[in-house]
Write a protein that binds this ligand. Sequence first.
Ligand SMILES: Cc1cc2nc3c(=O)[nH]c(=O)nc-3n(C[C@H](O)[C@H](O)[C@H](O)COP(=O)(O)O)c2cc1C
Length: 377
Amino acid sequence: MITSSILFTPFQMKGLSLKNRITMTPFFTGYSNKDGTVSPLTLEHYKKMAASGVAMVVVENAAIDLPGSDSPFQLRVDHDQYIPGLTRLAESIHNEGTYAFLQINHAGRYAYGPDRLAPSSVKTGNVFPREMTVQEIERTVVAYAEGTKRVKEAGFDGVEIHGATGYLIVQFLSSRTNHRRDAYGGSFENQMHFPLQVVDTVLATVGQDYPVGYRFLADEELPDGLHPEQTALLARELQKRRIAYLSVVGGTYDSFSLPENIEKQKQEGFMVHYADLIKKAVPETPIITAGRIQTTETAKRILEQGMADSIGLGRVLFADPLWPKKAMGIVADPIVKCEPLCSFCMQRIMKGKPALCSQWDKMDRKAFLSMIGETEE
Ligand SMILES: Cc1cc2nc3c(=O)[nH]c(=O)nc-3n(C[C@H](O)[C@H](O)[C@H](O)COP(=O)(O)O)c2cc1C
C-alpha cells in the first residue's frame, strides 16, 4: 500500500520544489580517486542513493583547497579540472529525479597534511596547527566562494557549507579553539565573523538566489564548548542572509567519543532536540534533522510536531538504500536498520578504506570488496 504520510508531502526551498521530506545527509565514503576527482565508484554510489527516492542528495564533504583536505580520498573543488567529474556526478543524481547538493569543507586543524591551519595553535592529537594569518583567512574565504562557483558550474542545485563536526568554521566559532584577539576572535560576535564572511562571499559570488545550505552545529556538547544560546544567534544571522536551510547536528570530534555521547548516539532521533531548538529560533528557515532516524513512525512524529522540515538519513540510508521506498510502501520488505552498536563504516574510513556497511547482504559485501580489490573486511 502506498502511504499518504506527511513524509511524502512536497516542500519549497529557495526556489526548489522538493518532492518529499527525506534528504540524504552528507556521508563521507572515501570512494573518490586519490587526486580528488570523481571515480566510477562515486558515480555508482550516488546514483544508487538518488534512486532511493529521497528528494535531495547532499554529496559528502569536498575540500575547498589542499591544506583544508582531511583525506587523500576526498572530493575536491579547488580547480577547474574537477568540474567535468562533478558535472557527471550532478547528472547521475538528477537522472534519478533528485536534487543534487555538494557539501564543501575546510578541515582546519583536522586536515591530514603536514601544514595544518587553524584560528589558533591549539594542540590537536600530537600536533600544534599553525595560527592563520589574516591574509590566509581571506584567501580561505575566497576558496569557499571559488569552490561554490565550480559546484554551480557543474550543475549542482545548491551547495552546503560544512559548519559542523569541529572543522574550520567551528574552530573559529568556539572559544576552545579560537584564542584570537583580532576581528576574528575575542567575542562571539567576532567569532561569527569568519563563517558569516564565508556565507556573504559565497552568496556575492554565485548570486543571492543560488541555494546555499549550511551544516549547522547547535551544541559542541562540551562544558566549555559552543552552546545553543550562542548558536541560535548564528542561526538568526544566517536566516537574515536567506540561507536555503540549516542541517542541524550536535557534537564534534572532541565530544563524539565521550562515554555519555556514545550511549546517546545509539538512540533513535538523538539530535532532534537541537533541530527543534533551532527551528524555534529561525522559524522561517527550513530545518533538516538527522541522527539514527530508523523508523517511519519517528520520522513522521518529528515532522508532525514541527521539529524539522526534512528528515536526514546518513548511515540509515547507507544501510538500506530502499528506506524511502519501504516507508512509502512501494517495497514491502522491512527496513534494514543501521546497527546501533556498529561503527564499521566509520572505522573503515578512519583507516583510509572505502566505506562499507555491516548490514549489507553478505553477497553484496563480497562483491563490493572484490570490486575494490580487497579480500577481507
Ligand atoms: C562514515 C560517516 C561519514 C560522514 N560524513 C559526513 C560528511 O561528509 N559531512 C557531514 O556533514 N556529516 C557527515 N556525517 C554525519 C551524517 O551526515 C549524519 O549527520 C550522522 O551520521 C547522523 O545521521 P545517521 O544516524 O542517519 O547517520 C558522516 C557520518 C558517518 C557515520
